[in-house]
Structures are given as structure tokens and as C-alpha cells.
Design a protein around this ligand. Sequence first.
Ligand code: SAH
Ligand code: SF4
Ligand code: F3S
Length: 473
Amino acid sequence: MELFTDKTIDETRQGEAFSSKENQENTFSRKFFIESYGCAMNFSDSEIIASILNSNGYGSTKFEEDADLIFLNTCSIREKAELTIRKRLTEFRKLKKKRPGLLIGVLGCMAERIKGKLLEEEKLVDIVVGPDAYRTLPLLINEAESGTKAVNVLLSRDETYADISPIRLNSNGVSAFVSIMRGCNNMCSFCVVPFTRGRERSRDIESIINECKDLFSQGYKEVTLLGQNVDSYNWVDHVNGTVADFAILLEKVAQISPTLRIRFSTSHPKDITDNVLFTMRKYDNICKYIHLPVQSGSTRILQLMNRTYTREWYLGKVKRIKEIMPECAISADIIAGFCTEEEKDHQDTLGIMREAAYEFSYMFIYSERPGTLAAKRYYDDVDIDTKKRRLAEIIELQNKLSFESNTKDIGKHSEVLIEGDSKRSDAHWVGRNSQNKVVVFEKDPLKQFKKGDYAIVEITDYTQATLFGRIIR
Ligand code: SAH
Ligand code: SF4
Ligand code: F3S
């Protein structure tokens, strides 16, 4: 699920603002400020929340000092993610003293995990709302405005917010997230997500296609279809008696236009099918990149994690992907120091990384989460220094693998979707190729490229994180 390349997501934070016309006109008397943490699903949810608030007369502001309402859309995935939120909340104390009417809301996974207790633990919080209860936000705000603290953490079996048009926040106007399902039924033993986001449910296929078409007509060139486990997407249309799986959804989105790129995240190795792989191969505009979290390379640890595959089965899946699409990049999530992990299990993780030759990885130290199967059944018995050392070895190996993968790109011609000026210089463009690698190249004064255009770039240089090249056409 994690789509940002340079940080673990739960440390990512962004103040957000409307890019919509309504907001530019600034007609709202009451303003909210929203900050998102965690995975892409949370960032996408903030766009749904913005839409709900907007329809109820609240405009967004980029500045917390100007806000009547401050919302933190939170993450619980690791302890550190929650500590970051707690620290951030303390920063609002002064603001609240200065402006007694200011309301503070905690939304998202941490709200769902801790529930009403958050109000006792964090006295300055007025509103607590879980991921399935955002439609009730306007009511809860009214309640809080009249002086009663407000909580709604009910989980739902069918809420997908399918009918709500998200308001794109901090958008680059080129790529957008589209949520295709919510929740997770997998119960990996380390993971808090099934508790914070509830049962898995798929969103109406027509509403997904319409959202993607709408984005394309507004000039967007890339959509990322989001879910905790996209390969188990399953929409049953009871009226027509039809069923759509993820391969069908992918194909329908790919057919919107050959110039609309499609990405998706996350794939659970147990669920990605040959049908999905063949659909990816069939359409050039479906990016050749799969995020396929492995978590560990040791079959014993995978079993304790309840991942339902073995080391060999996972490697078989990687082989199949490469057979069908030799150019496909693969990335992983990896956890260091899960309960009972020994040195030989850790070596198995390093070994599977070499065999799969990941282009990137998102790597974490195991963090015990209250209420999970692992917290109930196993001891968190790997000491922190060992966890840190193993993580450092995993990161070092991944850096080497990324570097080796980039070495092989020299001389290749890559199609790059231009996302904007490079951070380092506005004489350079930055974008990504199909394999999700970041490519930086010099602007050519003779070729009138703009953000959202595709350029063919010859790769001439690289670091472990970035490819550099020159425009061919
Ligand atoms: N649904 C996605 C993952 C969502 S969470 C999937 O199944 O692939 C993103 C990543 O956070 C996980 O893949 C895992 O590597 C990591 N993670 C989840 N729980 C964790 C924990 N308790 N400690 C450390 N890392 C964790
Ligand atoms: Fe968590 Fe596993 Fe579900 Fe991913 S598939 S969200 S790791 S329980
Ligand atoms: Fe995402 Fe964090 Fe929740 S990773 S689903 S925001 S616990």
C-alpha cells in the first residue's frame, strides 16, 4: 500500500488544501485544516472527507492558524506512527488556548483503534471518527460545536463512499488515487488494519470507471487503484447477475484511453492471478510494476505471520510474473525481527530479496500492535538492537539491489510521464517510467513538453534512487 519512495509512510505528513475552484473563490465562512498520515488509502480518504465537508459549508485552508477545525487523519500501523500523532496533538495546545472555539478531530485508523478513550487520553480532542463514519462528520461537528465531545467509530460492512466525488488535495494534476475497495479480511498476525478498517468490501465497478473517466477528462494521466488487497476485488452486480474481478476491472480502466496510465496497490501474493498478469501484459498503459509484499523469507516466520504462502510459493509467483512480463519491476514490504525470528530466518529474508531482486522495498522493524493475533499469541522476543541491526542489513542489501537494477537501465529508452519540475532544478523535468522508477532529465527548449506529457528518455546515468537521461522524443 505504500507508495512513497523516500520515507516510511507513517512519517509522511502533509498539510493539504483544496485545488478546487470553490475554494479559490473562498466563499466559506468556516474553514478546516486536514493533515494525513499513513498509507495512500488515508490520503485518498482525506479527499473524500474534504468533499463531505465542502458540501456542508466548510472550506479548506492550508494554514492551521486560520482553521476553525483541525483534523488529523491518522495511522496505527506501527507504534511510532501513533507517537507521531500524539506529539503533533501537543502542538495544537497553544493554538487552542488562543482560540477557544477551535475544534480538534482525530480521524482514521488511530481513532478506530483507541476509540472514545482518546478523548480521555488527549484532553484537547473534541471529535473522534473512524474510517467508515465520515458521512456523519457534519453532525459530529455540530455536536462538538454545542459543547459535547463527539465519537463515531462504527465499522460498516458496505460503506465504500462510492457516490462521493473526492476533492483532490495537493494534487499535481497528473496522478490521482482511486479507492476500489475498503477493509481487509486477511488477518496477518502482526497487522492492525483488519481491526481499524473492518471487513473487506468492493466498490461498485461503474462508480470506479466513472471516477477514472472523470479524472482523465480533467487532464489526469495516471490513476492508482487502491485497496489493502486489490487482487481480491470482487463486485457482484445483483441486478444483472454479473461478477467483476480485479482482472476485469483493470481491463475496463485500461480501455478508457491508451494515454491513461494505470497503477495499483497492494497485491497480496496469494491472490494475484495469471488473469491479472495477462491483462497487464495486454495493455501498454498498465504499468509494469507490482508491489508484492513478502514480509519475510522464512517459511516458518511466514506461517506465524499467517501470510498463507511459503518461501517457495512466493518465489514461484515472482518467476511467473517475470515469465509473463520480463520487464516488470517488483517491490516488497519487509519486516525485520518478528516474534521468534532467528539469525537463519533473517538470512532467509536476505536470500529471498536477492532471488526476487527487488527494484525497491519498504522496510520496517516489527512493532507489536495491541489486539493483533501476534500480540495475543507470541512474545515480541527479538531485542531492539538485533531488530535494528537486521533492518540495517536489509536496507543495505536493498540499496545494492536497487543500484544493480538501475545499472541495467543504462542505454534503455523509457517512456516517462512528466510530473513536474525536478526538485533540484527547474531546468529539469521529473517523472516516472512504467516500472515506477523516478527519472530526471533536462528540458529541451526545442521540444515543447509540459507536465502530464509522455517523453521518451534515454537513460544515461543513475544513482540508487534515481535514473537520469536525455529526451529522445
Ligand atoms: N495490505 C498491505 C499492507 C498494508 S500495511 C499488504 O498486505 O501488503 C503496510 C506494511 O506495513 C505491511 O506490508 C507490513 O510490511 C508493514 N506492517 C504492518 N504491520 C506492521 C507491524 N506491526 N510492524 C511492522 N511493520 C508492519
Ligand atoms: Fe494487514 Fe495482511 Fe491485510 Fe495487508 S493483507 S492489510 S498486512 S492483514
Ligand atoms: Fe493505512 Fe496506517 Fe490505517 S497504513 S490502513 S493508515 S493503519
